[in-house]
Design a binder for this molecule. Sequence first.
Ligand code: ADP
Length: 462
Amino acid sequence: MIVRSIFFRQLLSHMAVIVFMALTLSCSVLYFVYQGNLVEREGDLVVRVNNIAAFFMEDLKSGYIPDTREWQLASDAVGAVLWLEDDSGQIIQGLRPNYLKPESYNVSKSLTNPKSQIVLSSEIQNAVIVSVPVTIKEKPGQIIAYYTSESILHLILGRVARFIFFPFSIGIVAAFLLAMLLSRKLTQSIADIASAAKRFSAGYYASRTHTTGNDEIGALGKTFNDMADAILRNQQTRRDFFANVSHELKTPLSCVKATTEALLDGIATNDQERTHYLERILAETDRMSRLVHDITDAEQLESGKMFMKQERIDLATLLINQADKIEPLLKKKSLSLLLRVETDKRYIVGDAGRFEQVFDNLLSNAIRYAPAGSHIGLILTEENEWLRVCVSDQGEGIAEEELPLIWERFYRVDKSRDRSAGGSGLGLPISRGIMEAMGGTITVQSKKGKGTTFLIRIPWQQ
Ligand code: ADP
């Protein structure tokens, strides 16, 4: 399980890269040191063995044989295998490699001339033997140094190991800690997002991740937080929707129930009263049926399932028909309609029925909010590739901070307004949905106390 964790894999990959780099670097350094030393050492060896011979000369003359430790130091200083022989070939100090037989290096001649130094190539490849004659208690002897490229490698490795091992191990430990830190940081961020998601799915809807940095994982964290916010908003919208629908239905339903009960109780004493109560029931049922239609429209628009006819519409004629339709309502409130068609372009493509629904809503709102005796404007103009329709009134207007909210479902500026005087608050969101589905737009401009203008723009067709 732990081997499969991202943390472990990250750690392994970091360590693998670091160790690989360190090994490559060490091998390169070793190779260059070895090459340099090989050339340098061969020429140097005679001098070094001579120095050692000079160093021990007096001791040897007096018969003192250096102890093992001294001899080891001497070998290290020469950088070769070093031993001391008497004239019979007996080794007095040091060690001769087992594979090196006395016959393979003939130095006997040198002993006749104690001043000469002999450099003999042994039969062994890549090896040099240097013999320096010495006097051991008045008898001839010799210090022999045996040097191979392997022994230099050995020496270098020994030194390199001493000099490199310590920093190398510290480096590896530091690299390990760093790799752990990096891996932990990475996996901690992922774990943080995962636990936030887990808590969220367990019902803790306030759960959010703090991993919101600028890297890819931060972007994932931000996306999770945004998604969580969107889900919450969605839930809230749903809750509001059900609360609103039941609220909107409750009033007309209780009205219908109360009126019917009253009728059954014989409240109406004559036909006129009975008709009055029945008309009230009809009006409330109409309201409920309008509401149900509006809800269906809003849902269809939101899910993109509303069917839209694609017909050629003469917009000017449609507006004139709308004006005729609202004539009685205008009269009832002593309003006058200012209908102007200020363009030759008339056609658009869309669903005429849905278009009428939009104008029904805008004009009924204008009539509802306009003061008696004022004007309502309905003006068709053009703007580049667009036809524009302005629906304006001189009513109470909408406060600036309320303007963005009127497009929300069930929103009503004046919440205390009697439902019979206002609609359900679905008209504008539906109108906007319809306009957008037909490739148009709908916007609003309003000044409190001055009036409101809704502007529709829709692509013009030849
Ligand atoms: P409603 O069915 O309540 O009219 P709408 O979605 O059509 O719902 O309108 C939402 C709200 O916008 C209304 O309740 C009203 O407060 C405000 N509103 C819409 N049109 C006008 C207007 N012409 N003048 C003033 N307020 C308006």
